[in-house]
Design a protein around this ligand. Sequence first.
Ligand SMILES: Cc1cc2nc3c(=O)[nH]c(=O)nc-3n(C[C@H](O)[C@H](O)[C@H](O)COP(=O)(O)OP(=O)(O)OC[C@H]3O[C@@H](n4cnc5c(N)ncnc54)[C@H](O)[C@@H]3O)c2cc1C
Length: 322
Amino acid sequence: MDISLELRNNLGEKLLVNEPLKDHTNFKIGGPAKYFFTAATADELVKAYQVARELKIPVIILGGGTNVLVSDQGFAGLVIKVKNQDYKIDGLKVVSDAGVNLGFLVQKTVAVGLSGFEPLVGVPGSVGGAVYGNAGLPGAVQGFIGDWVKAVTVFRENKVVRVPAAECQFAYRDSLFKYNSDIILSAEFELMAGDKAASQELVKKYISARQNQPYHLPSSGCVFTNVPIVDASEIKQKFPQEEKLEQFIARGQLPASWLIDQAGLKGKTMGGIQISGQHANYLVNVGGARAEDVVMMISYIKQQVRDKFGIQLQEEVRYLGF
Ligand SMILES: Cc1cc2nc3c(=O)[nH]c(=O)nc-3n(C[C@H](O)[C@H](O)[C@H](O)COP(=O)(O)OP(=O)(O)OC[C@H]3O[C@@H](n4cnc5c(N)ncnc54)[C@H](O)[C@@H]3O)c2cc1C
């Protein structure tokens, strides 16, 4: 069977072959996708997925590509980019396709006087990607997207299923969708009635708070998740001089950026990848970085933090095509 022909017959001229994934990731890293398809509707998304399953070729779902590291070898299957773009705001209820840009949706909700999404304003990527990873701002009150979800509509085992929030298992940078193969088609949210001017001020505050982050350089955002504090007294023994410790303990997390900074790693470079001097949890592509450079840097950081503090960092970034 000619897979390319079968895919083209089913998906039409929008099917791309050997598409460089570096053009679809915020890191600007990643080899070619053997096949690449942009789904502009939920039906197209489901159809592309079903065709790939029938042809027994592997599939990757890509949102905005802002939290992924794609291998230098690329991906020998079909990458489906989610770009369904409808959204509806009705009273406090917001229903959004997975492919809607999150920042755009935040601005739209603020513009009609709804409150709740303001802490999400600087989170790049799609609504689907945000739901998948429960994106948000640690420290902000109800600062995660999962805090506002009523239900998520997914494609699961050949059916469209509405998953109520209580079943989504939202936690810090976590959800059910990280552990199954659901494809997120859309999400329903319930926000609060707010004051438009106050929300706009909040949005400005959250945007300016990000000025210490290297938004101008290609990256995948924070590479590691913050570390849960299980035993505060043990942490106090490890870092007796640290002024910010009480603040971290109150939040229940040690910021990964702070740990990397304490390990003296800010500014370190390997190939084209650098630990940002602005924010140590960002690895930035300073020119021609390869996925291999990132993998080596991640491994080096983990080893240094483990050796110096006995703390194991975990990746937030998702590996695709490895
Ligand atoms: C400068 C910068 C700042 C950032 N700041 C933050 C921040 O403050 N808080 C935060 O939480 N994150 C932050 N991030 C990380 C990233 O923006 C978020 O994780 C974002 O929600 C990822 O969305 P995405 O659409 O780009 O997902 P992608 O990177 O495309 O995908 C991420 C994962 O989600 C899966 N996925 C995506 N869409 C779907 C779908 N429809 N169905 C099923 N699976 C899907 C993918 O397969 C992949 O495993 C930042 C990133 C950058 C570059």
